[in-house]
Every structure is written in structure tokens, then in C-alpha cells.
Design a protein around this ligand. Structure first.
Ligand SMILES: *Cc1c(COP(=O)(O)O)cnc(C)c1O
Length: 480
């Protein structure tokens, strides 16, 4: 794919800080070797997440000024409803403050305690809300998704055999709904094919099961269908997205991704009974059904952004930028998840640091090391993110990854070159990189707030006292 320049020009700039190695050493230690705990001012290029980090367009900023801040019945809500209807094809919308707000509501609405929820790989907040509602998540993604080397074009697909087997085992009446994520974040931003969506719909219809979608990265998934699936090359990504959603009963959306806003989310659906339930709950947890925890202006910016995100020139540049970074790293022999997905390049930390065991937290360590090298902030997606199971044991996910997540419309390929050069430098001296261990483990979504320290050398204990100086396990135990 030929590189294309940004399909926009820059109207406003935000200065970012260059730091010294000494400053970064201080900062990462203060952050407990968790890149989530770094201060933004200490970061040069921030690839922590693409969530809420998009640059808004002049049209979105204009829409902000037109926001209607009435407590109830604001016209900003009507704008969002119209945008969802026109672009996604759903008549009913319930706004929430962000994606997990929508996940919270739908989990409470559709899951009875003891029921099962199959999905194409877990997502952290999604699974947690399903579990809090009494459900059990089951991963029914195809095996290729767990293989960083597989070049399958639709690594996000649901394995129909696994889905059918689960239905046969627990009974259709014990499946709350099937949740299909487009694209699959934890698999590397990998898409789902239209053929697969049709096949999943067919299974759900045959058993009378609701089919829901985590449509957080819907637009990026549609672009992959256009470019990879036979029969779609001449279609617009916007029309493909409409067709994708025609196969599902409703969606949860994190507006912070493919709606190009800094905050926001919603539920959208076809069934009025689900809407009524959502309205009952949204007033308890979020706000009135016409604002759902957001300002009127946020609804307006989201209504404009969800349409802009479906533009093919924008998507070609966005996904092309991800591919550009991936190609530079691959060419230098850095192990990454291939093919690159929609929103991020995922480093295969297990292969990168193959001298470390998974319990030595290789991805957490690699993310800290990249920050130390250049001030580029990445994120762990491995054993730390996977958390513990209901027996309190560490889950050992097949993928141990570091995510370099690219915010939308924010950085240029010059920034991508800085990132690539840094990761390549770290790769060249990978043998010198050691593991990390927990010094504070947060009980829920532990990757956000846990703290770590370098594992002390076994033989020569000279580092131990130094690095573990801040530890006070007795005090921590008293809090637990
Ligand atoms: C970000 C995300 C969510 C949660 O959305 P928030 O807006 O961060 O609450 C859910 N699912 C997927 C796939 C996501 O990437």
C-alpha cells in the first residue's frame, strides 16, 4: 500500500516535551514501572491508548459550541440519535459516559446470574461487567487469533464450531447473548469478516440467541472488509459498516475510539424493550436518558465524529499509518503480531524477551524499557492485564504483548519513525533486559494501578534493597 499523506491540514498545535534519560529513570521509578502511572508531561510520544486521545476536527469543535445543555430533551440528543440512525441503522440510542457505562447497562439488562456470554476474545472492562452481572465469559475466537505469526486476514472471527459446542453444552437458554467485537482489541485490532458475521447470525437465529456487538472500532473493521474480503472492494466503508450492523441486535460503543471524541459512549438497539430497560438503569448510574452522563456538547461532537470516522480517505491514512510502523519494525526483525490491525502495533513480548518467563512480566518490563529509551509510552497487554481467575490464580494468556496504540489524527509518520528507531534500539540490547515483579497488586483491572519493581538478582542481592526500598508489604497487607 502506497503511503498517503494526512488527509487534513493542521490548524492548531499542542507542544510536547522532550525528556532526558535521567528524567525518565526518575519518572518510571516514581510510576512503579507502570506506564499507566506516568505523568503525561513526562511522555514524549504517547501511544498508551487510542481511547479518547483523538484530535477533533474543526467541524467537531464547531459542534461543541452548538451543544444544548438543557437537562432534559436537549436537541444535542436528537443530533446523536439522527447520526446513529443514518450511519448505523439503529432507531434507539441510550448515551453513557463512555463504553464501559454501556457495558454495565447491557450486562445488567441481558445477563441472568449463572448465564454464559460467548465472545471473540475477552476485553478487560467487558468481561468484568459480564462477571459482575453474574455471567461467565467464554472465548470463542478462532485459534489463529492466539498465534502472533498467523497471517489469517480475519483473525477476529468467531469459531463457529466453538460457539456451537458451547450452545450444545450449556443450552441456548443459558446463553445471555453472543458478543462480537469489531475489531478485536486484545487480538491486535484484528477484524471480523462479513461472512463470519452472517454465520454467527445464522447460529443465533437457529437457537433464538441475541447477537450484540462491541462496535468500538467498527469503522476500522469495515475498512478491512473492503480491502480483504471478496465482493467489497467497490463499496464504501460506511455502507459496509451499515451492512455489518444489520446482522446484530444492538451495540455498545466507546465513542472514545471510532467516534473521534475525547469522552462519550452509547448503547444502540432495535428492540424497544431493551431501550426501556436501559432508560430505567441509565438514570441510576449515568444521568437522564437524553444525556447519559455527558454534556450536550459531547453528544454533538460524537454525532459529527462517528460520521467522519467512516470516511475512506481518513481510514486509509489511519490504518496505513499503523501498517507503516509495523513494516518498519518487521523489516528490522522485531517480533510483532501480524498482520497489523486497525489501531495499534502489538509487539510480541514473549518472543522479544524470550529469556524471561511469563511470570517475570515480560510485556510490563518491555513497555517500561521503551519509555526509558525514548519517552515513548506503550502499554502492557499480557499476564498483568489478564488478571486472576475466580480461584485467585494468575491467568496465563497465550499472548504476551506490548501495545503501541496510535491516536487518531494526532501524530505524523515522523513520530512513527522516532518510535520505530527506539523499539529497534531496545531490541538490539534485549538480552540486558530483566523482569519485573508486583509490589502492589490492585484487586480489579490491575494493569491500571498496580506497581512493580525490577526482580532482584538471585545470586548477588546488592540491587534488592535499593530497588525494593519503597516496599512495605505489612502495611499493604493490612489494607487488603
Ligand atoms: C475501550 C474499549 C471498551 C471500553 O470503553 P471505554 O470508553 O474505555 O469505557 C470496550 N471494548 C473495547 C473493545 C474497547 O477497546
Amino acid at each position: 500500500m502506497a503511503a498517503i499523506a494526512e488527509p487534513y491540514r493542521i490548524k492548531m498545535v499542542e507542544p510536547i516535551t522532550l525528556t532526558t534519560r535521567a528524567q525518565r529513570e526518575e519518572a518510571i521509578r516514581a510510576a512503579g514501572y507502570n506506564t499507566f502511572l506516568l505523568r503525561s508531561d513526562d511522555v514524549y510520544i504517547d501511544l498508551l491508548t487510542d481511547s479518547g486521545t483523538s484530535a477533533m476536527s474543526d467541524r467537531q469543535w464547531s459542534a461543541l459550541m452548538l451543544g444544548d445543555e438543557a437537562y432534559a430533551g436537549a436537541r444535542s440528543f436528537d443530533h446523536l440519535v439522527a447520526a446513529v440512525r443514518d450511519n448505523y441503522g439503529f432507531p434507539y440510542v441510550c448515551p453513557t459516559h463512555q463504553g464501559r457505562g454501556a457495558e454495565h447497562l447491557i450486562s445488567k439488562i441481558l445477563i441472568r446470574p449463572g448465564q454464559h456470554v460467548p465472545g471473540n476474545m475477552y476485553f478487560t472492562t467487558t468481561r468484568l461487567h459480564q462477571e459482575l452481572a453474574g455471567g461467565t465469559f467464554h472465548d470463542v475466537i478462532i485459534d489463529e487469533a492466539h498465534d502472533p505469526g498467523s497471517l489469517h486476514p480475519f483473525k477476529g472471527n468467531i469459531d463457529i464450531g466453538k460457539l456451537e459446542a458451547l450452545v450444545a453444552k450449556v443450552g441456548a437458554e443459558n446463553i445471555a447473548y453472543v458478543n462480537v467485537a469489531v475489531t478485536v482489541n486484545m487480538a491486535g485490532g484484528q477484524p471480523v469478516s462479513m461472512e463470519n458475521l452472517r454465520a454467527v447470525r445464522e447460529v443465533c437465529d437457529r437457537h433464538g440467541i441475541i447477537l450484540w456487538s462491541d462496535a468500538t472500532r467498527l469503522a476500522e473493521n469495515a475498512w478491512f472488509i473492503k480491502h480483504r474480503e471478496p465482493g467489497y472492494a467497490d463499496r464504501s466503508s460506511a455502507s459496509i459498516a451499515r451492512e455489518m450492523l444489520s446482522h446484530v441486535d444492538g451495540l455498545t460503543m466507546s465513542g472514545k475510539k471510532d467516534c473521534l471524541v475525547n469522552i462519550g459512549g452509547f448503547l444502540a438497539m432495535r428492540d424497544e424493550r431493551i431501550l426501556l430497560k436501559a432508560r430505567e438503569l441509565v438514570v441510576v448510574y449515568e444521568g437522564m436518558p437524553t444525556y447519559g452522563g455527558l454534556a450536550g456538547r459531547d453528544l454533538d461532537a460524537m454525532a459529527v465524529g462517528l460520521h467522519e470516522a467512516l470516511d475512506d480517505d481518513y481510514l486509509t491514512h489511519r490504518i496505513g499509518q499503523v501498517a507503516y510502523l509495523g513494516e518498519r519494525l518487521s523489516a528490522a526483525g522485531v517480533p510483532i503480531v501480524r498482520p497489523t490491525g486497525g489501531h495499534a502495533v502489538f509487539l510480541d513480548a514473549a518472543a522479544f524477551l524470550d529469556h524471561l518467563s511469563q511470570d517475570e512480566l515480560p510485556a510490563q518490563s518491555l513497555a517500561a524499557e521503551i519509555y526509558l529509551d525514548s519517552g515513548v509510552r506503550a502499554m502492557e497487554r499480557g499476564i498483568v492485564s489478564a488478571g486472576r481467575d475466580d480461584q485467585g490464580r494468575n491467568r496465563h494468556p497465550k499472548l504476551e504483548l506490548v501495545r503501541l496504540t496510535i491516536p487518531r489524527r494526532v501524530y505524523t509518520n515522523s513520530h512513527m519513525d522516532v518510535v520505530a528507531d527506539s523499539v529497534i534500539r531496545v531490541h538490539e540490547r534485549r538480552r540486558d533486559i530483566g523482569g519485573l515483579e508486583f509490589v502492589y497488586e490492585s484487586p480489579t483491572l490491575r494493569f491500571f494501578t498496580s506497581r512493580f519493581a525490577p526482580i532482584a538478582p538471585d545470586v548477588d542481592g546488592s540491587m534488592a534493597g535499593l530497588e525494593r526500598g519503597g516496599r512495605d508489604t505489612a502495611a499493604l497487607a493490612a489494607l487488603a
